[in-house]
Design a protein around this ligand. Structure first.
Ligand code: SAM
Ligand code: SF4
Length: 356
C-alpha cells in the first residue's frame, strides 16, 4: 500500500497565461497549468429513459434535434483526432448512451483506434440485459453502471422508473462476459437518502465482482435544487464502512484518478469514493468532454465551450481542427468553484446535457 499525497491547487502555478504565450502547436495536449489531457468523456446522446431527481426534470429537457447531434462519422473523426493528440481513455456516456442506435458498431470502430488504451461505457443499466452480449462482442472492456439504491421503492422515487430488478439483471448479465472488466457500480450519495444503505452497498461489493463507488452530489441538476447540505461526503461514508469492516487504501496507479479506492482488509471486495465537492481533484484533472452536439468542454463546470462540430461541418481540415482543440485545452479552467459561495456560477448545461 502506498501513501498518497494529495496535490494542492497551490502546487499548480500557471506555466503561462493563456494569452501571453502562444498555445503549443505540437506535442502532448496540455493546458496552461501543465496538466496533460488524456481522458475524454463523449456524450453520444442527451436523451434518457430515466428521470433521476438529481439530474433531469420529470418532463425531460429540451432535447438536441437529431440534426444537431454528432453523427457516427463525426464522432469517429473527432475522437480519432483526439486520440492521435494523446487521449488514451475514452468513456461513452450521455444522456443514456445505450439509447443510441448502432452503439456496438461505434464501440467496435472506436476500440480499433490506434493508441486508445481504454474504452468504457457509463449506463443506467436499463437496457444492459439485452445489450450485454453485443457490447462485449464489440470489444467493450470496462463498464460503469449507475445504481443509487438497492431498495425497489427508493429506486422508483429517485429514477422515476420502476426498474431496479431490471438493472440488477443487467449487471448479472454483463458478469457473464469476463472481458468486460472491471464492472463498477456508481451511486450518487445524498444526505437523508443514502445513509441507511451504506452497509447494503458494502455487502454488494463483497458479494459481487463489482467495485462499488459513491459519488458526491454536484450542483449539476437541471432543476437547480442542489444545496451543500445535501452532500453526503465520501469520507463520512468511508468511516461508516470502515467501522463495519476495515478498509485499506489501494493505489490504482493513476494520479489523475477521481476515485479514492479501498479494499476490505480481508481482501474481499473493493469500494471507491469520488469526492469532487469535499475533496476536489482539479489539480490532477486530465479530463475533457465532448457533448452530444459536438462542444468541447474542458471542465464539468465550464462556462465556455468550443464547438468542434460546427468547424467539422464547415469543412475544417484536421490540421486546423487540431489547433482549435489545442487552443481550447490550453484555456482549461484551474478548478471548480463549488465551495466558494457567490463566486460559483452554475454552468448553463446540466449533467445529462454535458455527459457525466
Ligand atoms: N445515463 C447514464 C448513467 O446514469 O449512468 C450516463 C449519464 S449520467 C449523467 C452519468 C453519471 O452522472 C451517473 O452516474 C449519474 O448518477 C451521475 N450524475 C448525474 N447527475 C449528477 C449530479 N448532479 N451529481 C453527481 N452525479 C450526477
Ligand atoms: Fe438519465 Fe443518467 Fe441523468 Fe439518470 S443520471 S436521468 S439515467 S442521464
Amino acid at each position: 500500500m502506498t501513501a498518497m499525497q494529495p496535490i494542492s491547487i497551490m502546487d499548480l502555478p500557471r506555466i503561462a497565461e493563456p494569452g501571453q504565450r502562444p498555445t503549443p502547436t505540437s506535442g502532448p495536449l496540455i493546458d496552461s497549468f501543465g496538466r496533460r489531457l488524456e481522458d475524454l468523456r463523449v456524450s453520444i446522446t442527451d436523451r434518457c429513459n430515466f428521470r433521476c431527481l438529481y439530474c433531469m426534470p420529470e418532463e425531460g429537457l429540451p432535447w438536441i434535434p437529431n440534426s444537431g447531434v454528432m453523427s457516427t462519422d463525426e464522432i469517429v473523426r473527432v475522437v480519432g483526432l483526439l486520440v492521435k493528440l494523446g487521449i488514451k481513455e475514452v468513456r461513452l456516456t450521455g444522456g443514456e448512451p445505450t439509447l443510441r442506435p448502432g452503439l456496438p458498431a461505434l464501440i467496435e470502430t472506436l476500440g480499433a483506434l490506434p493508441g486508445l488504451e481504454s474504452l468504457s461505457l457509463t449506463t443506467n443499466g436499463f437496457l444492459l440485459k439485452q445489450m450485454a452480449g453485443d457490447l462485449a462482442a464489440a470489444g467493450l472492456t470496462r463498464i460503469n453502471v449507475s445504481l443509487d439504491t438497492l431498495v425497489t421503492e427508493k429506486f422508483e422515487r429517485i429514477t422515476r422508473r420502476d426498474a431496479l430488478a431490471r438493472v440488477l439483471e443487467g449487471l448479472e448479465e454483463i458478469e457473464k462476459y469476463p472481458a468486460v472488466h472491471p464492472i463498477k457500480v456508481n451511486a450518487v450519495a445524498m444526505r437523508d437518502f443514502t445513509e441507511e444503505e451504506i452497509i447494503s452497498f458494502a455487502e454488494l461489493a463483497r458479494r459481487k465482482p463489482y467495485a462499488v463507488r459513491f459519488i458526491e452530489f454536484m450542483p449539476l441538476d437541471a432543476e437547480g435544487n442542489w444545496t451543500n447540505e445535501q452532500v453526503l461526503t465520501g469520507e463520512e461514508i468511508r468511516q461508516v464502512v470502515h467501522a463495519w469492516k476495515p478498509l485499506v487504501r489501494i493505489d490504482n496507479g493513476d494520479p489523475s484518478s477521481t476515485s479514492r479506492d479501498y479494499m476490505f482488509e480481508d481482501g474481499i471486495g473493493q469500494m471507491g469514493f469520488i469526492n469532487p465537492v469535499s475533496e476536489p481533484f482539479c489539480s490532477t484533472c486530465n479530463r475533457i468532454r465532448l457533448t452530444a452536439d459536438g462542444q468541447l468542454r474542458t471542465c464539468l463546470f465550464s462556462l465556455e465551450e468550443t464547438s468542434l462540430l460546427s468547424s467539422v461541418r464547415a469543412g475544417i481540415s484536421d490540421a486546423d481542427l487540431e489547433q482549435v482543440i489545442r487552443g481550447s485545452v490550453w484555456r482549461k479552467e484551474l478548478k471548480h468553484h463549488i465551495n466558494e459561495g457567490a463566486y460559483f456560477v452554475r454552468p448553463n448545461r446540466s449533467m445529462s446535457q454535458i455527459g457525466g
